[in-house]
Design a protein around this ligand. Structure first.
Ligand code: WTA
Length: 636
């Protein structure tokens, strides 16, 4: 399944939603709403913002004076926790389930809005008592458990800026992110359950704190229960702190400026140093809640399951914030989709009556591999809508998801977006016609296009660069500590404009539908996870045997891409199976299990241009036995 094969021109089969689905959709006439939003974008977003609570109304919807450093809802005072929690507990929703948690071992917990609000208040007070105040950064490194969501919301509530590091990252990656954010507090857990074994998060956290001594306090949630060393004066059990009188259930919500930072989330780019993408309270809450509301058509009786990890942007926007802002009931599940058997997810759908399931192509392909018998054993009739994110979905997986899981009656929302965009940018809504493999058309208020290098719109069917031509409220505000890098990375490809360059290549078809092909930079999507070749390469080179390294992504049937690495060894070192294993372990420690190359090859030289740039394109072609193309710039 190469990216090439995913492109089906406008002759592609259409799939239309049933009358029933259209009738209940929040937006029934995409075209009209889209045109209205383009004609008066500020008015459109102001009306959306009015559906939320503000301590003080904004004076100006959009300030473009310092573009691309846009400001939204200028002068507005709010807090995303005011909208996600405080306002709900004043209504009947206080009794509604906010969160249903299922642990991998089978334990369950539920949180009403009232209980979630109380837990967040308690933990907010704990953090405040430790001297954490508005603007301070707090790093969170945990498994997929309710305390992760509580910790994030508690930070937001007291105005602290959370930086969540995905639990699959190693000590080194964690230390780098702590260092960059200068977090004094780290919140973690003893361990996380994965496929029946324990991922020892506290142990990794200890090593990370050893590397970055800026951390003064470590708060540890007890999840897996094995003995973990606790350093007196530095480490505290979460449950001990939550039992202190200071942890009262009343916690004042910090009044935040609309443009005050809400979180930093690190993501990969072209260079080795991860970028701290910064989002703010005001615009982000408006954008994520509007997109979720219209695309997944959230209703009070829904049971929404976004099966992502809160440690990535999908989880930030569509587990932690938007569903709670909308007062939805959502499911979180701790573990692996196929543990102990490949029916685990389908069992969860049946047991909780999930109505909306939002996941990634890699998970769909992984579960598809086990055959139809597993889902067929379960009653999946509660499902109404399905969703996909993270990479292009191949039509075969799309159709399996549609037919076998959705029984041909649940439209699939193939949402294209990025960490930097805060929420969905190009996405279907339940009332539009679908073509498998296309993320369809831009969300209202979003001006997307496919252009060539000179900035001219590409005609239908012609591949070009995906750009967004006007600002939107959910967009990133800066790269933490490096605003110039934001301008350079995203806003300087087309001089004279402030177009946002996504870094993806795409085509539009005759119907104006977008077909995303893949990254055009040195980013690899492995099982939907975003990794930079530079990170993997610098990880390899930090091993004493490696002089030089190149990493590339190779198409894979289940994971979308896998990593191949090529290493030139230092003098005195010999390539061997043992060294391959040692390098894999090294990458596991340096970055995390998600970055381990599936193949490592030792070579005597790397193909480079005369200016010394590694020609990954040539490596990629060689690895796949394809023609190498133009190699006139290749070094002698
Ligand atoms: C890719 C994930 C095709 C794309 C939310 C983008 C997709 C990158 C889709 C961002 C989709 C995401 N179809 N490709 N529906 N969704 N992508 O920051 O290459 O982890 O640039 O955000 O994922 O990855 P990130």
């Amino acid at each position: 399944m190469s990216a090439e094969e995913t492109f089906v021109p406008s002759t592609s089969e259409w799939f239309y939603p049933t009358e029933d689905i259209v009738k209940q959709a929040a937006i029934q006439d995409y075209e009209t709403v889209y045109q209205e939003a383009i004609a008066d974008s500020e008015g459109f977003w102001a009306r959306r913002a009015e559906t939320l609570a503000w301590y003080q109304r904004w004076e100006k919807v959009l300030d473009k004076s310092n573009a691309p450093f846009y400001k939204w809802f200028v002068g507005g005072k709010t807090n995303i926790a005011l909208n996600a929690l405080d306002r709900h507990v004043k209504t009947w929703r206080r009794n509604k389930l906010a969160l249903i948690f299922e642990g991998e071992p089978g334990d369950k917990q539920t949180f009403s809005y009232w209980r979630l609000w109380q837990e967040v208040n308690k933990f907010g007070n704990v953090l405040r008592s430790m001297g954490i105040k508005k603007g301070d950064r707090v790093t969170i490194y945990m498994g997929r458990i309710p305390e992760l969501i509580i910790a994030m919301l508690a930070c937001a509530k007291i105005g602290a800026v959370h930086s969540v590091v995905y639990g699959g990252f190693s000590e080194h990656a964690l230390a780098d992110r702590i260092e960059d954010a200068q977090s004094r507090v780290l919140i973690t857990c003893d361990g996380a359950w994965l496929r029946g074994s324990i991922v020892e998060l506290k142990k990794i956290a200890d090593q990370a704190v050893h590397r970055s001594p800026v951390v003064e306090t470590v708060i540890v949630v007890k999840r897996t229960g094995q003995d973990v060393p606790m350093q007196a004066g530095r480490d505290f059990w979460y449950h001990d702190l939550m039992a202190l009188p200071i942890a009262s259930t009343k916690c004042e919500t910090e009044v935040m400026d609309a443009e005050d930072p809400l979180f930093i989330l690190y993501t990969s780019g072209t260079t080795g140093k991860p970028k701290g993408i910064l989002h703010t309270h005001g615009g982000y809450q408006v954008y994520t809640s509007t997109t979720l509301n219209w695309v997944f058509d959230i209703k009070d009786e829904d049971r929404f399951w976004c099966a992502a990890d809160p440690g990535w942007i999908t989880g930030h926007s569509y587990i932690v914030y938007a569903p709670l802002i909308l007062g939805a009931t959502e499911i979180i599940y701790e573990g692996a989709p196929n543990y102990p058997y490949p029916n685990r997810w389908w069992k969860i759908v049946e047991e909780y009556g999930v109505t909306i399931l939002y996941t990634a192509p890699t998970a769909i392909r992984g579960l598809m591999r086990f055959g139809d018998a597993w889902p067929k054993r379960h009653d999946l009739s509660s499902l109404r809508l399905l969703g996909s994110v993270g990479e292009p979905i191949n039509p075969e997986a799309w159709k399996w998801f549609y037919n076998v899981i959705g029984k041909g009656k649940c439209p699939i929302m193939d949402t294209w977006w990025m960490t930097e965009t805060g929420g969905f940018l190009i996405t279907p809504m339940p009332s539009v016609g679908l073509k498998p493999g296309s993320c369809t058309r831009p969300f209202p208020g979003i001006e997307a296009d496919v252009v060539d290098d000179s900035g001219k719109s590409c005609p239908p069917g012609v591949e070009g660069k995906l750009v967004i031509k006007t600002p939107w409220p959910g967009m990133l505000r800066t790269i933490y500590g490096d605003p110039d890098r934001m301008v350079k990375t995203y806003f300087s490809a087309y001089p004279g404009t402030h177009w946002y360059l996504a870094g993806d290549s795409a085509r539009k078809d005759e119907d104006g539908y977008f077909w995303v092909i893949g990254r055009i930079d040195d980013v690899i999507k492995v099982s939907g996870y975003r990794l930079g070749t530079a990170e993997i390469e610098s990880g390899l080179v930090s091993h004493p045997a490696v002089a030089e390294a190149a990493a590339i992504g190779i198409p894979d049937e289940v994971r979308g891409n896998v990593i191949y690495a090529y290493c030139v060894l230092r003098q005195g070192h010999q390539g061997s199976e043992a060294l391959v294993d040692a390098l894999k372990t090294h990458i596991r420690n340096e970055i995390g299990p998600i970055a381990i190359p599936s193949k490592i090859e030792f070579v005597s030289v790397l193909p480079k241009t005369r200016s010394g740039k590694i020609m990954r394109r040539v490596l990629k072609a060689r690895a796949q036995g394809l023609p190498e193309g133009d190699i006139s710039t290749l070094e002698e």
